[in-house]
Design a protein around this ligand. Structure first.
Ligand code: SF4
Ligand code: FES
Length: 363
């Protein structure tokens, strides 16, 4: 195998605790409790090891990272280690004072999630009363503090009819960027697939709305767009390839190649509590298992896209086929692609069931 380059970014999942209960949360079904979380000193050591490894950016995420009272200390530590610091938040626990102290600690950027363009849908999907109105207020405070803002907009069959309004809301809130991402089906979203899956027609309409908005807003707002795998012909390059660009540290210190990797129950993951981060990145069994192209089965192994999409998503292959080493069934060349399309069409055509909200014990 070629020499292993350092990762670009670290996703630091400080906690699984969160006041919201989104039914498409990418956290695992077995949520960690606060008592098992890494301490401030353990996170600071992990940040130092990340900087020594060559990582350039750190994304503080969760759950809801602002539930950690030491968030400012961790942002300051990362800033002092010359990392670009980004906060990924639902926003409902922020106020002007907390935003001010985060700016003072060296925070560079905020990504704020919205569940819908209006309060009834937003509060229902997030499972948190008053959440939408609070987010609008917090978005304005973030901009008033001079921080650049990205809106994270996860879309699915229960809010796609508001896509135009979501885009208008992002412009009105003076966001620099919006990430419009169709739900990716792992963890809680896999469990709620029938309540979330759009029809192919809804997807096509959404794509047309995004294309027109990109044209209209060129030079003003950047729009990133992630389509649902189930209707794709070729898979996405998930995480830019397993163990190539990113790593994730879970609230208890497990080091993962992606946010959903714990759903692959055939793998076990090392912890920053037991092993240095650089050693895990370079030498751990879980990272090396699907790194590069040697592990690939056919049709990937002889495919000319193998170093473009790296065989797609390991977590999706495991969720659908029970084999993380299979070609992602989102690929039209996979012998199981029809199975995936059939699942999507079946879900999209059926009744919309109630959400199974993300909470400890509901998985
Ligand atoms: Fe990608 Fe494998 Fe499909 Fe080729 S066969 S496009 S490498 S997933
Ligand atoms: Fe885990 Fe795609 S989400 S590899």
């Amino acid at each position: 195998m070629n020499e292993i380059s350092p990762p670009l970014a670290l996703l630091a999942e400080l906690t699984h605790r969160c006041p919201l209960q989104c039914p498409y949360c990418s956290n695992p079904l077995n949520l960690e409790r606060g008592s098992g979380e890494l301490t401030t000193a353990e996170w600071q050591r992990a940040i130092d090891e990340a900087a020594a490894l060559g990582i350039l950016q750190i994304h503080f995420s969760g759950g809801e990272p602002t539930v950690r009272r030491d968030l400012e200390a961790l942002v300051r530590h990362a800033h002092d280690a010359n990392l670009y610091t980004n906060l990924i938040t639902a926003g409902v626990m922020l106020d002007a004072e907390r935003i001010g102290s985060l700016v003072e600690a060296g925070l560079d950027h905020v990504q704020l999630s919205f569940q819908d363009s209006e309060p009834v849908g937003g509060d229902r999907i997030g499972g948190f009363k008053g959440g939408h109105a609070k987010k609008i207020e917090v978005a304005r405070l973030i901009r008033a503090a001079g921080l650049p803002l990205t809106l994270n907009l996860v879309v699915h069959r229960q809010n796609l009819h508001h896509l135009e309004d979501l885009i208008a809301m992002a412009v009105e809130l003076d966001a620099h960027r919006m990430e419009i991402a169709h739900v990716q089906y792992y963890g809680w979203a896999f469990k709620n697939r029938a309540a979330l899956m759009p029809t192919r027609t809804q997807l096509e309409q959404a794509t047309a709305v995004v294309t027109a908005a990109r044209e209209r807003l060129k030079g003003k707002v950047v729009i990133d767009y992630v389509v649902p795998d189930y209707y794709a012909r070729r898979p996405k390059s998930c995480m830019g390839g397993w163990g190539r660009q990113f790593l994730n540290i879970s609230p208890t210190g497990k080091v993962l190649p992606c946010h959903a990797a714990e759903s692959v129950t055939t793998l076990s993951f090392d912890s920053v509590r037991q092993r240095p981060l650089g050693d895990i990145w370079r030498n751990s069994e879980a990272f090396n298992r699907y790194r590069g192209t040697d592990w690939m089965p056919e049709p990937c192994h002889s495919c000319d896209r193998r170093e473009i999409d790296w065989g797609g998503c390991r977590c999706q292959a495991f969720a659908i086929l029970g084999d993380a080493g299979a070609t992602d069934p989102a690929c039209g060349l996979s012998p199981f692609h029809d199975r995936l399309v059939h699942l999507a069409e079946q879900d999209a055509a059926g009744e919309t069931p109630e959400f199974v909200y993300r909470r400890i014990g509901a998985g």
